[in-house]
Design a protein around this ligand. Structure first.
Ligand code: ADP
Ligand code: MG
Length: 334
């Protein structure tokens, strides 16, 4: 047992969202990974959803920062400030420092991993441990990770898509590509700018993605068009346009194809036994990006393997990270 009354916690430190799991309680906090700071004093103005609402809308005195980029820490001090806030919030009035398990994408460098461990300690952890994100995602999705059978999980977040096959408690083959939700948003912004001379913000692009984006150009023909607002590049004035779902699908196709390539490459690297297991169990999608319309069908079509979305895809990594807290006791003895 650790300090009386102190719950150990698991943190899914994502590029888009930070989710905290407290031992014995489950998920206690879900917030965007955004911090608003005063540009002059460096003081934190707000953290989480309040800060996210400020993105693209800040006066000169405030800046809304997303401290994580492509799955790793891009702004160390801001990440520490954010984690400190979330750890305190998750523990409420509990005293004592918790042990913290944090996930990192597969394929990060030792330096990037170190940065996560250091930031977590500075933010108030008694000690910090890391778990590979696809492994956590697989546990959270309820896959039989410890069994002598191959499972495949594809976690599509904001910054990275992590693909992995897992068997007997370990990752057999994996790929992490910096192509996920954020790149889809960027592709939409680029498309609207090129074809409509309209500049739209990050939040507008993300909303458009959630409303009409589809992984399948064919299936998008059945979807309605959507009205969006932005700034006209020529006149500099606000303008409203209608955009067809099929055009949005076209705009994001490159990112979708990159994700499919990563899945195919990972499958190609696995042993025939594991490939056979994956055909039996199917590929499981987790992360917010798993909710992109028609994505399971498109991946299934390209790989000839059945594809499913995990229940609560956004929470899988946090649940798996929380579950793995049970192994901290073991890790400490190493
Ligand atoms: P991370 O682990 O990197 O923080 P998440 O797993 O929390 O990422 O997923 C966030 C990403 O999922 C964002 O890019 C968000 O735009 C995207 N997303 C959330 N809901 C949907 C949806 N319905 N369709 C497509 N993308 C979505
Ligand atoms: Mg994630």
């Amino acid at each position: 047992m650790f300090g009386i009354g102190t719950k150990n916690i698991g943190i899914d430190l994502g590029t888009a969202n930070t989710i905290v799991f407290a031992e014995g309680k489950g998920i206690v906090l879900r917030e965007p990974s955004v911090v608003a700071k005063n540009t002059k004093t460096g003081e934190v103005v707000s953290v989480g959803s309040e800060a996210r609402d400020m993105i693209g809308r800040t006066p000169a005195s405030i800046v809304a920062i997303r401290p994580m980029k492509d799955g790793v820490i891009a702004d160390y001090d801001t990440t520490v400030a954010m984690m400190k806030y979330y750890i305190q919030k998750a523990l409420a009035r509990k005293t004592g420092k918790p042990y913290v398990m944090v996930c990192v994408p597969s394929g990060v460098t030792e330096v990037e991993k170190r940065a996560v461990i250091d930031a977590t300690r500075v933010a108030g952890a008694r000690d910090a441990y890391v778990i590979e994100e696809p492994f956590a995602a697989a546990i959270g999705a309820g896959l039989p990770v410890m069994d002598p059978t191959g499972s495949m999980v594809v976690d599509i977040g904001g910054g990275t898509t992590d693909v992995a096959t897992i068997s007997l408690g370990g990752i057999v083959s994996s790929r992490s590509i910096r192509m996920a939700g954020d790149k889809i948003d960027e592709a939409i912004i680029y498309y609207v700018r090129q074809h409509h001379n309209l500049l739209i913000g990050e939040r507008t692009a993300e909303q458009l993605k959630m409303d009409v984006a589809s992984a399948s150009i064919e299936a998008a023909k059945e979807l309605d068009s959507q009205t969006i607002r932005g700034r006209d590049l020529l006149s500099g004035l606000p303008r409203t346009i209608d955009i067809e779902a099929v055009d949005v699908a076209q705009a994001i196709q490159e990112v979708v194809q990159e994700i499919i390539s990563a899945i195919k490459e990972t499958l190609e690297e696995t042993s025939p036994e594991i490939a056979a297991d994956v055909i039996d169990h199917g590929i499981v999608l987790t992360g917010g990006g798993a909710q992109l319309r028609h994505l399971p069908e498109v991946i299934a079509d390209a790989t000839k393997v059945p594809v499913f979305i995990a229940s609560e895809p956004l929470d899988c990594v946090a649940i798996g990270t929380g579950e793995s807290l049970k192994s901290i006791e073991v890790m400490k003895k190493r």
